[in-house]
Unconditional design. Sequence first.
Lengths: 155, 155, 83, 83
Amino acid sequence: MIKVKREDFDLGAELKALIDGNHQIGGLCSFVGLVRDMAGDEAISAMTLEHYPGMTEKELERIEAEARDRWPLDATLIIHRYGRLEPGDQIVLVAAASAHREAAFDACHFLIDFLKTKAPFWKLEDTPDGGQWVDTRTSDDAATARWVKPDKAAE
Amino acid sequence: MIKVKREDFDLGAELKALIDGNHQIGGLCSFVGLVRDMAGDEAISAMTLEHYPGMTEKELERIEAEARDRWPLDATLIIHRYGRLEPGDQIVLVAAASAHREAAFDACHFLIDFLKTKAPFWKLEDTPDGGQWVDTRTSDDAATARWVKPDKAAE
Amino acid sequence: MKLLYFAWLREKTGVSEETADPPADVATVAGLLDWIEARGGGHAEAFADRRAVRVAVNQEYVSLDHPVAAGDEIAFFPPVTGG
Amino acid sequence: MKLLYFAWLREKTGVSEETADPPADVATVAGLLDWIEARGGGHAEAFADRRAVRVAVNQEYVSLDHPVAAGDEIAFFPPVTGG
């Protein structure tokens, strides 16, 4: 399931709803991304998340579909917020549930890595020097490259 | 933090308490283990978790300390239940929070892998053929072996 | 065609969305970028470093040699930084 | 010394906890296991396959050559299956 919205989400309620009633699930892995009050050496007072309505949902659905294609999953969830957020606020939740713990972990990790390099969101951080667009981190590309299948890497 | 108890836990409240007020945290990774209604081909109506009071807490504290030694973590949590549980019930929660997403993921994965091979718990499953003690899975040992550092593997 | 600009590309061009009608010989994303840059000002500045620009045609990532046509929704944006 | 048995070792021995006072020449875990097995019955059956038994002395995992002494808490159990 994909949710793109401005409002905060209830982490416990979302995770509970994801697994509720499905007794084939043996493991639920989740990751929550939060706004930090520092970026490198700079203090962050707030950030604004811009996105591309329409394409955002499509990309997230593609990422979710690929995860479900790769691993035996019972349930998946991606929630991503946009708009103005403050330190400590929840930005994103990805979760994967499976009969098997390794599948839940790997799929959850895959979801956040791919989301970070594919989903059209951009962060503008409020710093003492004014608003600054966050640079892409090469470590995110490296994290995504890890998931490339051997037969696809050769393409 | 370590909690070993018979009662259920509130997943959302536990995770929220773990990160509450710490704005250095950029990512929270968690894993919940749940009772499945099948084990292989057999139906499970319930299970009973036995443990070794005293040693359980010590082992979980050792595992938590090692995770905090290996990764830059802001918070960690291990909750493990014992006693009678039914399909769909929560068995275990492990969580790790860090400024960095990879540290949160790796530490969380490490916590559950080590817990599964080190913490003195034993599962007795109620099947149509009666109570059956769960066998150790060699895949759990393999999952733990992955975390052995090169310098320790040679010892 | 509909052109969309996001993040600092939006700020530099001063436009979030515009309808454009380039000449018929503009057949690819690269050709479209040449035409946009030739308009000068913020548009030229925004696209000075094309390696910093990602392009989606009809909400799918494409490369610079991808065809463009009337009716397409074409979006320009920096590398994404969500999550 | 205090001996503890868990899971199917508890079931086979029929004991979850007992106080034992083995002779002075029982100096290691292996020696203690020989002495326990020699008691026969459920105790012998429980330890027939020692590869299936894990041992903790004073709540720390140990190997079969680990020393044992009066006052120790010694626990026997199968490989763990929590999580």
